[in-house]
Design a binder for this molecule. Structure first.
Ligand SMILES: *Cc1c(COP(=O)(O)O)cnc(C)c1O
Length: 425
């Protein structure tokens, strides 16, 4: 018997297979060669026949030169941080593609001179929050807070309530982030109660600003009290409000969620927010304030290190001016319509049950809000198989069942969801 290793086709021979040659053009040589190497290895180990190496390599080719895979979010968590937070709208994706080549992000085509970077996006943001005298965009909300601390409180104190010293996830803590700039945190009040006099007693020559943080990923209930933005405004020191979620105006489904317009109207000097939570856009940090204050932030030397790229600017503008975002559609979807979709899916999947369930806002937003929802319930062992499928489907394991919550699945994804589930059953 001949040694199977001798008969495994060589890499350069395999690269002449038209399918692999085409993949080399679209995905790149490195990636295709690594896929070929895996198939050759399996042939040497006797797992596949040498004459099938090319077929196995073709089957193992990724659809794109990126290890990230598109996933169907059936978790019922609308803004799922581990699944990339807000999914972009089709309009925003198109805008990213438009801006991906050479583009006039910082160039005036009429004069042929340099122009203000991202001016169209900034204008759209300013139109969306007319109460703001100025707007600025950085990499994320953490960067927005960093810029505020570096500009307004270098070597000075930031006054924060003990009830608002929050950890935002993966071990990142807002107080530590702020202290990394050299500012000092002046904690006031207690975990459950902070009063206006706690703030006024702390104000002094060392004060850089008062920071009010929306404790978006938890809530304290019972014997509590916090000081409203209106009461913290006008104390003679700047008031920075981190609203977290990124709502620009009040949201009908989330009446308790803070928004930029209201915070400014109530007297905040500076508002910071994320772009990829409830706003439904790309990762970004949004800053709203007076024109003078925003200009100071923009002129800080470190601002350059926090600036966003053209793809983010494009996606953000399209999110602001375009049709309702997937996040907005998920938050406002009618539960009766979700149930109809669940029934239609279950009818085609033997063993699937239609269930009422409760979806969540997520992304560190409105932890106390449950959104009535509907989905299908499957045997629990399917959860792992669904995650391993193509496309991967991520559901929620609840009371020994795998629940696929349709509130976070766009209606036009139902077909793919059905195929993915059917393939696992
Ligand atoms: C999410 C959140 C942040 C962090 O925002 P990133 O955009 O992820 O940097 C900061 N503050 C609050 C209140 C948040 O909810």
């Amino acid at each position: 018997m001949t040694d199977p290793r001798r008969r495994v086709p060589r890499t350069d021979t395999l690269l002449t297979d038209p399918r692999l040659a085409e993949a080399e053009r679209t995905l790149g040589r490195t990636l295709v060669k690594s896929v070929i190497a895996d198939a050759q290895q399996r042939a040497r180990a006797g797992e596949i026949a040498p004459e099938h190496v090319a077929d196995h390599a073709v089957a193992a080719l990724p659809s794109a030169a990126v290890s990230l895979r598109p996933v169907i979010n059936a978790t019922g968590v609308v803004v799922h941080t581990n699944l990339g937070r807000a999914p972009l709208s089709r309009t925003a994706v198109d805008a990213v593609v438009t801006a991906s080549g050479a583009t006039d992000v910082e160039f005036d085509l009429a004069t042929g001179r340099r122009a203000r970077r991202g001016r169209g996006t900034l204008a759209a943001l300013a139109r969306a929050v007319p109460t703001a005298g100025g707007v600025h965009v950085v990499n994320n909300n953490a960067a927005a807070l960093l810029l505020a601390a570096m500009t307004l409180a270098p070597g000075r104190e930031i006054i924060v309530s003990r009830g608002e010293l929050i950890e935002i996830g993966d071990g990142f803590r807002i107080p530590e982030l702020l202290e990394s700039t050299g500012a000092r945190i002046r904690e006031v009040g207690t975990t459950n109660r902070t009063h206006l006099r706690d703030y006024t007693d702390a104000i002094g020559r060392e004060t850089g600003f008062i920071l009010k943080v929306h404790p978006s990923n938890y809530y304290v209930s019972g014997f509590t009290s916090a000081v409203a933005v209106t009461d913290l405004a006008g104390l003679g020191v700047p008031l920075v409000v981190d609203i977290g979620s990124g709502l620009l105006t009040p949201h009908p489904v989330l009446p308790d969620e803070p928004d930029a317009t209201t915070a400014l109207r109530h007297g905040a000097d500076l508002v910071t927010a994320s772009g990829d939570k409830l706003l439904g856009g790309p990762q970004a940090g949004l800053l709203f304030g007076s024109a003078e204050l925003i200009e100071r932030l923009r002129r800080h030397p470190a601002a350059r290190a926090l600036r966003v790229d053209k793809l983010t600017l494009a996606a953000l503008e399209a999110t602001l001016v375009g049709p309702p975002t997937p996040v907005h559609l998920a938050l406002t979807a009618d539960v009766a319509a979700l149930r109809v979709r669940a029934e239609r899916l279950a009818a085609q999947l033997p063993g699937a049950l239609v269930v009422d369930c409760v979806a969540a806002v997520g992304g560190g937003g409105a932890p106390d809000v449950g959104l009535p929802s509907a989905g299908i319930s499957l045997p629990e062992p399917l959860a792992a198989a669904l995650r391993a499928g193509t496309p991967p489907v991520v559901g929620r394991v609840e009371a020994g069942r795998c629940v696929l919550d349709l509130r976070t699945v766009a209606p036009d994804e139902d077909g793919r969801l059905l195929e993915a589930v059917a393939a696992c059953m």
